[in-house]
Design a protein around this ligand. Structure first.
Ligand code: SAM
Length: 249
């Protein structure tokens, strides 16, 4: 019967695929994937022969309708992304929304997700957190965005790539200052898995000590705002202070 399965795949270590994911990928009529070449290798590793269909961010809206038409003809489809859980900074939102609108069943096959994986080992509060994904690419927009998060008390979870890791951390330093703890989790589940917890300025130093440290995939977790972290100083004063600090030689 017409069913869309949202199937999580590993975020590095191929052992992190679930038994249900393998079973589902084996039995569906079609596997919709972000990068069919990349996913082809995963399926090959699992010994699964599946029909692949490309679905990426820039063609999703248009392709979603084609997939809906096929689902309506009674077939089953599994959606996977390059890594981790689909829809978490990956394609799938339009497709799932359209399925709901057209009463097509959507079944989750849960598994790895970098944000949750990092959060669990961060040592920061996990009872309430905000998933923020990737920050804006341009520094001005990034600073504006971070300023809006300044008084957020929940633990903040960000994704970052090799290219922008230093720039983003420098902007975080400007907005959040040196009082808050930051956890950098890189290459989770892979051979060079590293998790460090330090004030933001020290994390930047750590990355700059060795260029290799800046390579890979990152989750950044920032301690939420607590009134007493800076001796009850008004957050606007801290903002100003951080800004002034940047101006100093
Ligand atoms: N759907 C994925 C998930 O469930 O986590 C996220 C996809 S997003 C396009 C890719 C980003 O996820 C990377 O830039 C990095 O921030 C994070 N990421 C993915 N795998 C990771 C890993 N093994 N270690 C650390 N971060 C990872």
């Amino acid at each position: 019967p017409a069913t869309l399965y949202i199937v999580a795949t590993p975020i590095g270590n191929l052992g992190d695929i679930t038994l249900r994911a393998i079973d589902t990928l084996k039995h569906v009529d079609l596997v919709a994937a972000e990068d069919t070449r990349h996913s082809g290798l995963l399926l090959q590793h699992l010994g699964i022969q599946a029909k692949l269909y490309p679905l990426h961010d820039h063609n999703e809206q248009q392709k979603a309708q084609q997939l809906i038409d096929r689902l309506k003809s009674g077939i089953s489809i599994a959606l996977i992304s390059d890594a981790g859980t689909p829809l978490i900074n990956d394609p799938g939102y339009h497709l799932v929304k359209a399925c709901h609108e057209q009463s097509i069943r959507v079944v989750p096959i849960p598994g790895a997700c970098a944000a949750i994986t990092a959060l669990c080992v961060s040592g920061l509060p996990t009872d309430r957190f905000c998933y923020e994904g990737f920050l804006p690419a341009k520094s001005k927009a990034r600073i504006d965005y971070l300023n809006q998060l300044m008084e957020e008390t929940r633990t903040l979870v960000f994704y970052e790539s090799t290219h922008r890791i230093i720039d983003s951390l420098q902007d975080m330093l400007q907005v959040f200052g040196t009082q808050r703890s930051l956890v950098l989790a890189k290459e989770l589940t892979k051979s060079w898995e590293t998790v460090i917890q330090k004030p933001i300025d020290q994390v930047i130093n750590w990355l700059q000590e060795d260029d290799n440290r800046q390579k890979g995939e990152f989750v950044l977790i920032v301690e939420g705002y607590h009134k007493n972290t800076a001796d009850d100083i008004d957050p606007n004063a801290i903002k100003l202070l951080n800004r002034l600090q940047q101006e100093l030689p």
